[in-house]
Design a binder for this molecule. Sequence first.
Ligand SMILES: NC(=O)c1ccc[n+]([C@@H]2O[C@H](COP(=O)([O-])OP(=O)(O)OC[C@H]3O[C@@H](n4cnc5c(N)ncnc54)[C@H](OP(=O)(O)O)[C@@H]3O)[C@@H](O)[C@H]2O)c1
Length: 178
Amino acid sequence: MPTGHVFIATSLDGFIARPDGSLDWLMSADHAGEDHGYDAFKRDIDAIVMGRGTFEAVRAFDAWPYDKPVLVLSRTLAATPVPETLRDKVTFADLTPQAAMTHLDQQGAARVYVDGGQIVQAFLREGLIADMIISRIPVLIGGGRSLFGPAGGDIHFVHERTDPFPSGLVQSRYRLRS
Ligand SMILES: NC(=O)c1ccc[n+]([C@@H]2O[C@H](COP(=O)([O-])OP(=O)(O)OC[C@H]3O[C@@H](n4cnc5c(N)ncnc54)[C@H](OP(=O)(O)O)[C@@H]3O)[C@@H](O)[C@H]2O)c1
């Protein structure tokens, strides 16, 4: 079975997006000249699994940002065709986290980037996240879409390291405690 890996940014109060999904608080943070390791992280993964919410946000970007296969989990989108321009890059499916990982295993993926708040929570509940890199932006946005939520029990991680950056971004790395 592939392992799941999270690389995500949150506000200081733990949100990954405003209630309407906007990321202005993240995009406007001035990180000029800082390498937070995102490119290295993306090079090291074989596939990406994301929720419909994340897909809809990424789709609005000027350019498609991934060069690895993307599996979008959605009951809504599974019944619709993938847009023409993304047909060789994206698959829509209505799968449980376990079934998604089995599918990606059959595609030869070993390391899977898991993205989107609800999707990360669903994968955490099923024990499918091996490690998380969380970058905290020093801004309180007061509400929005949470990275974490009810988990059905405690999930323990080992803190590996925390790196502060001049912009005020603080990045922490955790791996699932075995
Ligand atoms: N700050 C960051 O680094 C960062 C990173 C990623 C995303 N984001 C932002 O976060 C927002 C999206 O996150 P989100 O938490 O709202 O949504 P999400 O996790 O991306 O997607 C949730 C959707 O996925 C579908 N889904 C399929 N299987 C599911 C399952 N087992 N559990 C839960 N959902 C499942 C559902 O859509 P159906 O109803 O169609 O089934 C659900 O509404 C966007 O605004 C995006 O820009 C921020």
